[in-house]
Design a protein around this ligand. Sequence first.
Ligand code: ADP
Length: 731
Amino acid sequence: MSTPLSQERAGILVVDDRPDKHVVYRAILEELGQDLVEATSGEQALKHVLHRDFAVILLDVNMPGLDGLDTAALIRGRKRSAHVPIIFVTADYGDEIRTARGYSLGAVDFMMSPIVPEVLRTKVKVFVDLYLLARQAKRQAEESAALAAERIARDAAERASRQSAFLADASAALSGSLIASATTRALARLAVPFLADVSALTLVEAEGVEPVTELAWTDPEAPSGIATEALQTTAWLGWRHAVERVITSGKLETFTPSHVLSITAGAGSGSPMVLPRGPQITALALVPLIARARTIGVLSLGMGPSERAFDSELLDVATDLAGRAAIALDNAFLYRTLHEQDRRKNEFLAMLSHELRNPLAPITNAAHMLQPNETDPRRITWAKEVISRQVRQLARLVDDLLDVSRITQGKIELKIESIEVSEVVNAAVETARPMLDSQEHALAVVLPAQPLRIKGDFTRLAQVLGNLLNNAAKYTDRNGRIELTVGHEESQIVFRVRDSGIGIPPDALGTIFELFAQVQQTLDRSRGGLGIGLTLVKRLVEMQGGTVAAHSEGYGCGSEFVVRLPEAIDAAPTKTSLTQSKPGGESVDASYRVLVVDDNVDAAESMAMILRLDGYVVQLAFDGEVALDAVRNLAPDAILLDIGLPRMDGFQVAERIRALPSCASTLLVAITGYGQPEDLERSRRAGFDRHIVKPIDPSLLTQMLAEHCRSRTTVNSTENVVPLRKRPAAN
Ligand code: ADP
């Protein structure tokens, strides 16, 4: 509230060295009702003007010391008092030089002494009134500025609370669904009319997301006041290009009316943009939706009928909304991916049990055949073949599963070396041969005339090609034609596995390398499989610095898988070799004794049976304690020791055996399901000579024993038999 003019008091400074004059001034000016401040010297006057404002200063020109004119000069020189009106009082009005100096110092008047009371009072009153009016005007201006600021702050607070409420509602609406399309629609609707008259949400085409633009606009005729539409394509090229630009840059863009006209010029008219139909757009803002540093869509906001413009505050709210929407949509996409993975996993588990059960029936039947009263050698051979084939199939499934999990955990280590291409091709064909033969396919292998070398891991490369050949055989109807060609293209070795089989539909080509992915199969799943073979192929090839791609013209048109790997520049001889010296013809020393230790009685007994057939003296132990007794009594030449024993595990047993002087040259073999470098290292530390990963190939086992029996010094390394230490020569 401003103080009324009459209640305010102005300061009047009277400067005169004579006290009697002060009495006179007081008598004259008292009735003005203002604050009369007296000074008897220039110095005193200066002190007063330092501390308060005055409406007018009455200044005696003739004073001892600092005279009136010098005092005036000093008063003028100070910022606070630079403009205070000064009335000089002098008895010497005729001195023109002093008068001129007085005016130049800002005097507003000169009064002759003796003073005429009426005249002085009137003059002083004029300045007092002027001063009070100016003060009041200033105060009023300050008050209205404060009022305006308060109103602005209140408006801003109201707007902020409306915006917060809008954003809170928006968040609730956006998080209401994990379905991307529902979230998209919700967002387009939310923006209208709070943020704009028209809104359009365009999502970037991603996996499983259609490139749809959802529109919403104010429509007085629509029941809810908002009309919506989903557009598959956008006719306004300029707008589409702007959306694409924002997707690439991830930066907000705004368009003024003239911009809007220019971007609609792409439509050929140059007329106002109508988006999507109905309202005319006069201003446009494109806000990117960014989630995890990726632009996943663009929210286009248009102004038209409301004639609003996009100010920075509105754009801030739009950006905030876009941020929340991006998170909601990203969540919806992630949920969809998780859902899909979960579906595949469930499907996989169903398939897995199917695939694991499959071999069990023939094995049971074959075991039934092998009754003691069965004497027909053909039936016995058939049963044996069935069992070994089905066990191989089971082992392959388990191997693949283990490989996938090891690769996923980054636990596979490759032995990259220079490999002779024809050798690895032979190994792969050998693996796939049973499948190719059972389907009576014709296989053509085309190798270049010149020997080629490749950089890779022999075993894993053979596995890759073997997998592709197996698939070719599996997904080609009986009597098909399969071709494996190897070529040399720009310092790469290219393997092509082509088949005349069922082919792959174009929409599945992009996903078949994913884990558990399978092209829709018939219900009986006659071709089997777990959907992990190609995942393994891809990861193994990539780990070796190569690529793999699938091609097919579609159903019934056959398929082609192309693997590209770097050529080995050096001509170094192959270090890896799968050639295994066959044990054929060795005669076993009848005194060679083997101790088999395994808590799985069936496993121990079947192994003993195989070894006895080969002429070894075999003893069994089903736990560590018994094994140690047996070692002391039997003094075996070789001990096959399962690691996973109850109570005392294989490592502990091995350490105790190694401590016995009589067992210094005994061949100590670890039998285990684990073949990682750390497992091998543990076996070595426990004193094992060899580390065999289950399932054990009986021929490799007998070969190893035969060689030990023969030389009792060294044993060759084979694929899953790992030598751990150089053994001392037997005496
Ligand atoms: P699986 O064969 O165990 O199902 P893969 O990962 O090896 O798993 O293959 C994935 C899918 O790719 C298969 O289920 C099959 O639908 C398809 N596929 C693979 N190889 C071929 C091929 N040579 N011809 C046709 N389809 C194939």
